[in-house]
Design a protein around this ligand. Structure first.
Ligand code: AMP
Length: 364
């Protein structure tokens, strides 16, 4: 079976690596000549909306998936008219627009922060009466890793905050006073079979994910699964999905979802019986899903803007290093490492060492 992937970065790279043992072949569309995944399959080199390349992709791939959610709607639709596309374009459409996404959750009865649509300064001034301070103004589209966002702490900052959005359609959200951030990842197969991973507890720095730790038997697991199953059913979803949540005194509020494999699930490569990448492929190829059970104590640290030599990372006990073949640039995720151990004590010590190393080599 040939799997087409839109995007050839680290997520596509890890999907392809997981597909080799299953004899899956890959065809990857990416505008960059040296994207990290392109050595792992046929590379269609060009823009995502290039009609000839899209026709070739649709012709050659038995199923198409993607590693980022900002795939233009007409591209997803063209592909879906010619081959199977998972997750389906309707999931992409909801995830691409923060307002549609929040409305979608509200309609499903899934709680979120208070929010309001903003198209001008007047809207913002009015909305703040009910949202209250502090709040976050976010562009509706094309935001990731905290980009296109500004925190508003007081009324004097409203005009500057709106100006920084450069007239982009936006939403304003109440700032959630969370104790922690968690995410839940699940895979849903074509026939509706679903498998949930244990929760990931996530720490972000400057809007970028820094650490994700697997939390087995977490008290919030059931609530997170209940929310996610509503989303999966509503969208008749196929593939891996990640739902990001804020934990406020044991109650979960949804932040957003990603219709794809997710950075907070990278620990599953060594830390789960079946990785999110393999389960994504099993789901879209309509194969039985693998166990999502955690293997001992496990967590992941991102390297941002710079990465240490392999020797240094691998000198840490129980560390596994994943390089993305990306040139370092400020704020760019270039590698991650996972710790997996049967001993809680060893795990905590190794993760601490890894984090210290990451902070000393970063340029975030
Ligand atoms: P996002 O791009 O929406 O995933 O936001 C990136 C990060 O900013 C989140 O993981 C949180 O750490 C923080 N953040 C986003 N929205 C809120 C909010 N409404 N309240 C508090 N923190 C937020």
């Amino acid at each position: 079976m040939k799997v087409g992937i839109l995007g050839g970065g680290q997520l596509a790279r890890m999907i392809a690596l997981a597909g080799y043992p299953l004899n899956l072949e890959f065809i990857i569309l990416d505008p960059s000549a040296d994207a990290g995944a392109t050595g792992l399959g046929e590379h269609l080199h060009g823009q995502y909306d290039d009609p000839e390349l899209l026709a070739e992709l649709a012709e050659k791939a038995d199923v198409v998936t993607y590693e980022f959610e900002n795939v233009p709607a007409d591209v997803a639709k063209f592909l879906a008219d010619h081959t199977r596309v998972y997750p389906a374009p309707n999931a992409l459409a909801v995830a691409q627009d923060r307002l549609d996404e929040k409305n979608f959750f509200q309609n499903l009865g899934i709680p979120t922060a208070k929010y309001a649509p903003i198209d001008n300064l007047d809207d913002l001034q009015k909305a703040m009466d009910s949202i209250g301070y502090p709040a976050i103004l976010k562009s509706r589209r094309m935001g990731y890793d905290g980009k296109g966002q500004v925190v508003i702490k007081a009324v004097e900052q409203l005009a500057a905050a709106w100006e920084s959005m450069q007239d982009a359609a936006s939403i304003v959200e109440g700032f959630v006073p969370f104790q922690r951030e968690v995410s839940i990842i699940a895979a849903r197969r074509v026939n509706g079979e679903v498998a949930f991973y244990p929760l990931s507890e996530n720490v972000h720095e400057k809007g970028i994910l820094r650490v994700s730790e697997c939390r087995t038997n977490d008290p919030a697991q059931q609530q997170a699964e209940d929310y996610l199953v509503k989303l999966l059913d509503e969208l008749d979803y196929v593939g891996v999905v990640a739902l990001e949540l804020f934990d406020v005194d044991g109650e979960l509020l949804v932040n957003e979802f990603a219709p794809r494999v997710h950075n907070s699930g990278h620990w599953t490569i060594e830390g789960a019986e079946t990785s999110q990448f393999e389960n994504h492929l099993r789901a879209i190829a309509d194969l039985p899903l693998g166990s999502t059970k955690a293997r001992g104590h496990t967590g992941m640290v991102n390297f941002i803007g710079g990465m240490p030599a392999a020797e240094t990372v691998l000198a840490i006990q129980n560390a596994h290093y994943h390089l993305y073949d990306k040139s370092p640039r400020k704020g760019r995720k270039v590698a991650h490492a996972t710790i997996r151990s049967d001993s809680a004590e060893d795990y905590v010590e190794s993760l601490g060492n890894l984090l210290e190393l990451a902070k000393s080599t970063d340029d975030s």
